[in-house]
Design a binder for this molecule. Structure first.
Ligand code: ADP
Ligand code: MG
Length: 243
């Protein structure tokens, strides 16, 4: 069987700057792949290429064996299949939590309002926000807003969820509730690619750790092995700085 998401010798440049260098990575169905590495190593760019927020200049990215980096691939279909959550929540400020979650299913997938709403309520309940359906973003804490953003991404029934430092902008006391939602999703079998500095989460929830440095994948391993006995000098140095 194909991996669900495949990065095959991916190369990405910003102008002259080579930011992804022959990156190959297979994301298996239902696996949680945690991408770690120093700032500027290319983690966000890698996720953004998978969602076509950035174009690549070499190699191929495939979902279910189908090229998604092909210029002819339908970006709208692709973005329904790959959900993404960012550090900044980017909710629509003048829409309620429920409206934020139901907007794309109504507009893009053409769901009837009542169907979209029933599903939206179910998703907001799943992220612990059934009491906040009608709240506006500015009435919600950062942790609550981020959980709405997760529910909004899930509303398109994606096959893969990408998370880019989704807890980095949160006050420390709000980080746990967001990680808990992600942990539940992982337990339910969602395929996830997670960029995070939360090493506890990486170790407990990750099936695989991928270390990036200077645009390359320099080490991959199971969490226990990666955190206890990294194989590369780069891995050892990374861990000595963060642990
Ligand atoms: P990370 O998420 O690991 O911190 P990024 O993927 O954001 O790293 O960045 C990788 C490299 O690409 C960095 O050198 C960064 O400066 C550069 N970069 C990222 N986005 C852009 C952009 N839009 N234009 C030019 N350079 C960029
Ligand atoms: Mg980043």
């Amino acid at each position: 069987m194909n991996p669900l998401l495949e990065f095959d010798e991916v190369n990405k440049y910003f102008g002259e700057t080579h930011v992804l260098k022959d990156v190959s990575l297979d994301i298996e169905d239902q696996d949680v792949t945690v991408v770690v590495g120093p700032s500027g190593s290319g983690k966000s760019t890698l996720l953004r290429c998978a969602n076509r927020l950035e174009e690549i200049q070499g190699g191929e990215i495939r979902l279910d064996g189908e090229s998604i980096s092909d210029p002819k691939a339908d970006i709208n279909v692709l973005r329904q299949r790959i959900g993404m959550v960012f550090q900044s929540f980017n909710l629509f400020p003048h829409k309620t939590a429920l409206e934020n979650v139901t907007l794309a299913p109504r507009k893009v997938r053409g769901l009837d309002d009542d169907v979209a709403e029933a599903r939206g309520e179910e998703l907001l309940d799943r992220v612990g926000l059934s009491a906040q359906l009608n709240s506006y973003p500015n009435q919600l804490s950062g942790g609550q807003q981020q959980r709405v953003a997760i529910a909004r991404a899930l509303a398109m029934d994606p096959k893969v969820m990408l998370f880019d430092e989704v807890t980095s902008a949160l006050d420390p006391e709000l980080v746990g509730e967001v990680l808990e939602v992600m942990r539940t999703l992982a337990d339910e079998g969602m395929t996830m690619m997670v960029v995070t500095h939360e090493m506890g989460f990486a170790r407990e929830v990750g099936d695989r750790i991928v270390l990036m440095s200077d645009g390359r994948i320099v080490e991959t391993g199971e969490p226990k092995q990666f955190f206890e006995s990294p194989e590369t000098d780069r891995g050892k140095r990374f861990l000595s700085k963060i642990l």
